[in-house]
Design a protein around this ligand. Structure first.
Ligand code: SF4
Length: 155
């Protein structure tokens, strides 16, 4: 590795350690107030996704959006989500995975989030049968995950 490559790696590692978005929630015309997650590593895009996914173009595909989506995915796996709870509390509804999809490692904090916020209902769409079953089967008030079906069956 050349000194320049080393310096670039170091700079990238610093950036990764210090990055924290100003807000964890996202707000856009398509999904309103939402918790957005990455497509990569979270979705198995179908042919229809390739044609219609609004996460693949426009604002939601900007590099800073991807960076935030990756951050939120990691954030939802950690123990303390107080910042997100504080952000969610004032709203009347919050869409889960406005873009991307939930992974099983997000579940524990998703339940915690819904239990901690008495006002907004949390709802979202998933293409993962096991995620819809796990979330809806727990019957947590104000937490619903709809199974999304297109020409290809859910994952
Ligand atoms: S499941 Fe939704 S977010 Fe994921 S690639 Fe398909 S349309 Fe996009």
């Amino acid at each position: 590795m050349t000194p320049i490559e080393e310096a670039l790696d170091f700079a990238r590692s610093l950036r990764g350690k210090t990055y924290h978005p100003g807000r964890l929630l996202s707000d856009n015309d398509k999904t309103c107030i939402s918790i957005n997650l990455p497509i990569k590593g979270h979705c198995t895009p179908t042919k229809r996704c390739t044609q219609d996914c609004y996460g693949k173009s426009g604002h939601l595909a900007y590099p800073n959006c991807h960076r935030k989506q990756k951050f939120v995915s990691k954030y939802l796996k950690q123990k303390n989500i107080d910042d997100l709870i504080t952000e969610c509390k004032p709203y009347l509804g919050i869409r889960l995975n406005g873009v991307g999809d939930l992974n099983p490692e997000h579940l524990a904090q998703l339940f915690s989030l819904a239990r901690s916020c008495h006002r907004p209902p949390f709802w979202g769409l998933t293409r993962k049968f096991n995620m819809a079953t796990a979330v809806n089967g727990a019957r947590t008030p104000k937490l619903t995950l709809l199974l999304s079906v297109n020409a290809k069956p859910p994952d």
